[in-house]
Design a binder for this molecule. Structure first.
Ligand code: GLP
Length: 241
């Protein structure tokens, strides 16, 4: 694992955006694995700025998002589809046909999980997977468990995740209880992984992820076993080191 120290959220976003830009420049038809949550928003802003300056071209880039809430339609402003459109896709020249997100409206969970896993295989795998970190160590929506789930699947969200994500909804009752997520195996198959972490509230879990035992009780700890992981974290997130 390579660890890059950033001064603050802005610096973290810029450093991570640089790594994604390098990927797009080196391989214009690359497959980017993308993430939602508040942490990547600054990265997407920076990528849009560089796109507007003519530095970046997304016309041949393909994307696959980590996860999606089950039951939310694309036009629901809390769906990850909506998030990606508003925070990145509609601002750059990406071809919508080249973007992939699990379909939250598909009620047959086994069918949707298999379809999504297959879609990623058809893309030829992910070149660079961006990840945020949940407070309980989750990546995508792979919650702490006694196993590392291999492939895309449906999950029951933990109370702590529902609690953390309620800030985006009008009330906690509106937070979906289930989501589709890439599995740990899907994520670990990415050629390169970029984990971004910001804020003091993530300091303890980031420490556990990097220094603790590899255990499905801290899903992101599996990243210790991946051959090419870059972590960009700000000073606050690194305050336990
Ligand atoms: C959600 C997403 C994760 C994300 C996490 C942390 O649960 N499914 O992919 O990493 O939130 O979000 P934030 O960056 O807002 O702390």
């Amino acid at each position: 694992m390579k660890l890059y120290r950033a001064k603050d959220y802005y610096d973290m976003s810029r450093k991570a955006a640089n790594i994604i830009s390098a990927q797009v420049i080196m391989k214009p038809n690359c497959v980017l694995g993308l993430a939602t949550g508040s942490t990547p928003v600054g990265i997407y802003k920076q990528l849009i700025e560089w796109y507007n300056k003519g530095v970046l071209d997304f016309s041949r880039v393909k994307t696959a998002n980590l996860d999606e809430y089950k039951g939310l339609t694309k036009d629901n402003d809390q769906s990850y589809y909506y998030f990606m459109r508003e925070n990145l896709f509609r601002h750059v020249n990406i071809n919508e046909a080249n973007t992939n997100i699990p379909d939250g409206t598909e009620t047959d969970a086994i069918k949707e999980a298999a379809r999504y896993e297959e879609a990623i295989k058809e893309l030829g795998g992910i070149d660079l997977q961006l990840l945020g970190l949940g407070h309980n160590g989750h990546i995508g929506f792979n919650e702490p468990s006694d196993i590392f789930p291999k492939e895309t699947h449906i999950v029951d969200l933990q109370e702590s995740t529902i609690e953390a994500n309620k800030r985006f909804f009008a009330s906690i009752d509106q937070v979906p209880r289930q989501a589709y997520t890439m599995g740990i195996g899907t994520i670990m198959s990415a050629k390169k992984i970029l984990l971004v972490v910001s804020g003091e509230d993530k300091a303890q879990i980031l420490h556990d992820v990097i220094k603790g035992p590899v255990s499905p009780s801290v899903p992101a700890s599996i990243l210790q076993l991946h051959p090419d992981v870059i972590i960009v974290a700000d000073e606050e997130a690194l305050s336990e080191f």
